[in-house]
Design a binder for this molecule. Structure first.
Ligand code: DI6
Ligand code: FE
Length: 407
């Protein structure tokens, strides 16, 4: 009879399995067995039939869920934009500030000036904040360098965070975040620089797992992004898109045309855009932190996304401009309160659907045999509490147990 590495008993388990009702809850007292960091058995404890493990731990009735996944962050950056937040409170718009050379470009200036260690240390604090509330996988984008050296430095810092912190990091090249000052009058030239130099170098050094872009009037047009996405596809990288955040620029349709992993934001996406996403299997990544911070009033088309069967993920968008929010639990609660997602949709959005949005659903995001044993254990009396409390530490443990900081 097999001897597992670890057996967790007397647990309540919400598997979040696709298609399962009610959080995929395993009835009764449940157990989960782990070998080589994979889930090898899971079910009602009474079906264990005497099988044992090298180590056994009672969960004393605690709730277990898949560890959380933040599938959209910009958490490596220099400086901060608290002063712009004050300007916006006094009435300036995000676009006005960007047009005056602030916005993303002010973070670009601060990021270019920061050393790799400075970027790493500041970002590690944010990674640890997310980990402390149960996050085990984080996507991190570049996009505040907008030149070859700084874009690469950002991605190297993100990779280092994956090696030296407790979380697994997936990286996205977002060189097409906005037009850098050097190319103010030649955005097409900048797209060429990304296609001909930045992207090939990033691929050569295996620094990115995907390519992202910002499709917006203050950033890049669909035609410019198409060129970049063709190059990404040629080099074998999946794509994703900041789509229709401030206006309907056909972003969802563009993402769908390229079979994007995800289309993110979507406040201004039309019915045609939703239908295109549904046909493409792209995930809709909703970012309520940016909606709240920008005092946006146009909500993403939640009902249409739902009725068209588009998978919905929820993420922090942690960034210094539009979402200075380093709490996935807060983003989940906001998605409920602002857009009436159900608590179950939000938990699925921060586990299963977030894994899908990163192309990792085969490997994590639900508690199922064969998947990584990325498990969060909670002091709660029902998983719905995970999209209810904010700022209340309820994480008992992340399994396998992880040090918060390894360096
Ligand atoms: N959309 C966002 O919400 C962030 N980037 C993007 O394309 C904002 C980034 C910033 O303002 O620094
Ligand atoms: Fe973003």
């Amino acid at each position: 009879m097999q001897n597992w590495d670890l057996l967790l008993t007397d647990a309540r388990i919400a598997t979040m399995r696709a298609g399962a009702p009610d959080y995929g809850i395993v009835a009764g007292r449940a157990a989960i067995a782990i070998s080589d960091d994979r889930i090898v058995w899971l079910g009602d404890e009474s079906n264990l039939e005497g099988r044992t493990a090298a180590k056994q731990r009672s969960m004393n009735g605690r709730w277990l869920t898949p560890a959380l996944i933040d599938c959209h962050t910009h958490l490596v950056f220099g400086g901060n934009r608290a002063a712009e937040f004050e300007q916006r409170l006094r009435g300036a718009s995000y676009e006005d500030i960007a047009a005056a050379g602030g916005g993303i470009l002010s973070t670009v200036r601060a990021t270019r000036e920061a050393s790799a260690d400075e970027l790493f240390n500041a970002a590690l604090t944010r990674v640890n904040a997310l980990a402390s509330e149960g996050v085990a996988t984080i996507e991190i984008k570049s996009g505040y360098g907008l030149d070859i050296d700084t874009e690469i430095r950002m991605l190297e810092v993100a990779r280092r965070l994956g090696r030296e912190s407790s979380v697994d990091v997936r990286t996205s090249l977002l060189a097409a975040h906005t037009v850098p000052p050097e190319f103010e009058h030649n955005p097409d030239g900048y797209i060429d620089l990304i296609c001909d130099e930045i992207l090939p170098r990033v691929v050569e050094h295996d620094l990115a797992d995907a390519v992202d872009a910002y499709c917006e009037s203050i950033a890049f047009s669909p035609a410019q992004i198409e060129k970049l996405f063709h190059k990404a596809s040629e080099l074998g990288l999946p794509v994703k898109l900041h789509a229709d955040q401030l206006s309907n620029g056909g972003g969802a349709e563009l993402a769908a045309r390229f079979g994007a992993l995800s289309a993110d934001h979507l406040e201004y996406t039309s019915s045609t855009g939703v239908a295109a996403l549904a046909a493409s299997n792209s995930v809709a990544v909703l970012l309520p932190g940016a909606f709240l911070t920008l005092a946006e009033t146009q909500s993403p088309p939640i009902d249409e996304l739902r009725s068209n069967g588009v998978p919905i993920a929820v993420a922090t968008d942690c960034n210094p401009g539009t979402s200075p929010i380093c709490s996935l639990r807060t983003a989940m609660m906001l998605a409920c309160r602002l857009w009436k997602l159900t608590p179950e949709e939000c938990l699925a959005g921060a586990t299963r659907e977030a894994a899908r949005a990163l192309g990792l659903l085969h490997d994590r995001g639900t508690l199922e045999v064969g998947k990584r044993a990325d498990i969060a254990t909670w002091d709660i009396s029902h998983p719905r509490e995970l999209t209810y409390w904010v700022g209340t530490p309820q994480l008992a443990d992340l399994i396998p147990s992880r040090q918060t900081t390894r360096s």
